[in-house]
Design a protein around this ligand. Structure first.
Ligand code: SAH
Length: 391
């Protein structure tokens, strides 16, 4: 039996059902320790704590599959995927693009599974997930019955795990190209093989709907616009005009196609760096009624939090300066290393330095298809606030 024994007193977080074991907590690790193999975890006192996938090459040496003694096999993955799909059953009739499995929060560390219509995209980012790739794909075929399963295991975190990227069709034919999905009545082209993450930022669905509801007759600035999730919704909500900024030319091409696809009026798409362009807009004395700031992850871990805080403060301060009285700021952080509390403090500091009075009018997070296990607060990586500047 493969066995991981913790140093004395290091079992506390596991007893709270947090599924990670860090290398510093390990006393001994014995048996067949190929990355992804199943190990039993025991406390220093010999108490059984859980069954996990090991990865001696990662700082996270083990990720727990289950808190009870059990075989990890095809039936385990099928049961977990059935459970995750059942949890979302109430969402499925109204949306065709949805996150079906949200990794640790669904009891499947390192496994993200998104569905876009008949196409399922799997993103694996742990040794255990990769070890069980075929079993996971088989379970998806049985439970979800998609036409295609496409693997996009190419996230940056793979390097930290010592894993090699793996991309391509696992089941069925290539995803349709272009592939169209519908979200709250608007259509988007999603680029599964080349796009970011699994092709689309599903986590912002409910926040895009909020922006749409509040855009009528407003002049909107969409920063870090990618393929136009917020831009298309703002235009569909009757915005007076939208300026979209992204540093990626291909993303802006997709954004323009998505605007046209919905027969909406053209927007002003600017390719460039948000940090520089916000300054330029300020120098031109431009102003807006609604601004979205949805930057990429500035702080993947807490170690990057300080530098990330300065970057968040910078763009939020500039955005507050560009808002007209009564204007709205939808501002987000998807950094695991920045807590909701810290993010709110950063935004408050930005408003203060910009010399504006503002209120939080809504707290924002990922949608119901991204549940957060109470024992795994890291699952709540996306946090945002909508602020209204005094009129
Ligand atoms: N709001 C989007 C998702 C944004 S993802 C949606 O709802 O779908 C973050 C985007 O920021 C990516 O498209 C990336 O190309 C862009 N980006 C990253 N750094 C940037 C920078 N400094 N300036 C402008 N865009 C940047």
């Amino acid at each position: 039996m493969n066995k991981l024994v913790l140093k004395p007193g290091r079992e506390k977080s596991l007893k709270r059902r947090h599924p990670w074991v860090f290398s510093g907590a390990v006393a001994t690790l014995t048996g067949n320790l190929a990355p992804g193999e199943t190990v039993e975890i025991h406390s220093g006192g010999g108490e059984f704590l859980g069954v996990a996938a090991c990865n001696p090459n990662s700082n996270i040496v083990a990720r727990v599959w289950d808190w009870h003694k059990r075989e990890i096999d095809a039936a385990f993955f099928r049961a977990r995927i059935e459970r995750a799909v059942a949890l979302r059953a109430h969402l499925l009739p109204s949306i065709d693009s949805v996150r079906l499995v949200h990794a640790e929060s669904d009891g499947l560390p390192g496994v993200v599974i998104d569905r876009y219509g008949d196409t399922v995209v799997m993103q694996l980012s742990s040794a255990g997930a990769m070890r069980w790739r075929d079993a996971i794909a088989d379970a998806v075929v049985q439970v979800v019955k998609p036409k295609t399963i496409y693997e996009r295991s190419d996230a940056d975190v793979l390097a930290l795990e010592g894993l090699t990227p793996s991309v391509g069709v696992l089941h069925g034919a290539l995803p349709p190209s272009p592939m169209l999905v519908k979200e709250s009545g608007v259509a988007f082209e999603v680029d599964v093989p080349q796009g970011h993450k699994t092709g689309f930022y599903l986590d912002q669905r409910s926040n895009r709907a909020r922006v749409r509801a509040l855009s009528a007759e407003r002049e909107v600035l969409d920063c870090f616009a990618y393929s136009g999730g917020f831009t298309v919704n703002a235009l569909a909500g009757g915005a007076a005009g939208v300026t979209a900024i992204d540093s990626s030319g291909p993303a802006l091409e997709l954004l323009k196609r998505n605007v046209a696809l919905n027969q909406l009026p053209a927007c002003d798409a600017i390719e460039g760096d948000v940090f520089q362009l916000l300054r330029k807009l300020r120098d031109q004395a431009r102003s807006f009624d609604l601004i979205v700031l949805d930057p990429p992850k500035f702080a993947p871990t807490a170690a990057h939090a300080e530098k990330a805080s300065r970057a968040y403060k910078d763009i939020n301060l500039l955005a507050f300066k560009l808002l007209r009285p009564g204007g709205l700021l939808f501002t987000f952080s998807c950094s695991g290393g920045v807590s909701r509390d810290l993010f709110q403090k950063i935004v408050a500091g930005a408003a203060l330095d910009a010399g504006v009075d503002a209120h939080i009018v809504e707290h924002l997070s990922a949608g119901a298809d991204h549940p957060v296990a109470l024992s795994f607060p890291e699952g709540e990586y996306l946090k945002g606030v909508a602020c209204r500047v005094a009129g």
